[in-house]
Design a protein around this ligand. Structure first.
Ligand code: NAP
Length: 245
């Protein structure tokens, strides 16, 4: 991926951090986007530079349209090109239907769906003649039936719909669009989503008998971003250790 420029949204922690580190190891120049954790984002950048990689941190709340536009403007100013977008930033909150409201809907859909839509638009406008790669992070939740999980699941189902349609639309320009649907993966989000006392039961539902690690997901994203995945588009790849809930 030498010479390629990748934007990874939500890369200060968790899965996004592992994706940024892996793409940088593969030779890409990486934009480490974050919303609030500037110190952690700078640590990710410093770690990549220590390994002789190229990275820069850019703050932008993916729930705010004008900040999304600024992220891509600053990326263009800094690097002058764009080849890969990983829409990883995501928001999660479970609420029973009776307590769900507009604010709950907006908090999840503004980042998980509108953020993916607008970032993909900005990337599609900027990809060059050699095409591009968009990789969206969905979730196994898109197909699960979890009480309180409806809004999050709906937002990730929407991500998979965007993936299919954008792949069809952008294919003629040599741009592939795919999604990765992680199962339970160790991160701050999982600490909120899956209480400690429920973990063993969930692990028992996986074929491989453990929680995912951010690197497990990053390796799949790196494959989809690579030339090896040139014939794959519009797909959602599950990466869950064989979770069958
Ligand atoms: P995480 O540990 O909570 O990290 C979230 C990352 O996204 C942080 O870097 C955070 O930045 C950033 N972020 C959050 N809201 C943002 C916003 N509005 N704008 C820009 N960045 C924002 O989450 P994770 O578990 O790594 O999840 C990453 C993705 O995987 C999400 O799309 C999630 O839905 C999906 N996923 C996770 C799991 C799982 O088990 N962990 C399973 C399936 C799917 P700050 O540090 O600045 O807040």
């Amino acid at each position: 991926m030498t010479g390629k420029v990748a934007v990874v949204t939500g890369a200060s922690r968790g899965i996004g951090r592992a994706i940024a580190e892996r793409l940088a190891r593969d030779g890409a120049q990486v934009v480490v986007n974050y919303a609030r954790s500037s110190e952690r984002a700078e640590q990710v950048v410093a770690g990549i530079r220590e390994q002789r990689g190229h990275a820069t941190a850019i703050q932008a709340d993916m729930g705010q349209p004008e900040e999304i536009a600024r992220l891509f403007e600053q990326t263009a100013e800094r690097f002058g090109r764009l080849d890969i977008l990983v829409n990883n930033a995501g928001a999660y909150e479970a609420r029973p239907l009776e307590r769900s409201d507009e604010a709950h809907y907006a908090a999840l859909f503004d980042v998980n769906v509108r953020g993916v839509l607008l970032a993909s638009r900005e990337a599609a406008r900027r990809f060059g003649d050699t095409g591009g790669r968009i990789i969206n992070i969905s979730s196994g939740a898109a197909r699960a039936a979890v009480p309180g999980g409806a809004v999050y699941a709906a937002s990730k189902a929407a991500v998979e719909a965007l993936t299919r349609c954008h792949a069809a639309e952008l294919g003629p320009r040599g741009i592939t669009v795919n999604a990765v649907a992680p199962g339970f993966t160790q991160s701050d989000m999982l600490d909120v989503a899956l209480p400690m006392d429920a973990r063993e039961a969930m692990i028992a539902l996986t074929a491989l008998g453990r929680l995912g690690r951010p690197e497990d997901i990053a390796d799949v994203v790196a494959f989809l971003a690579s030339d090896d995945a040139r014939w794959i588009t519009g797909e959602t790849l599950g990466a869950s250790g064989g979770l069958r809930a």
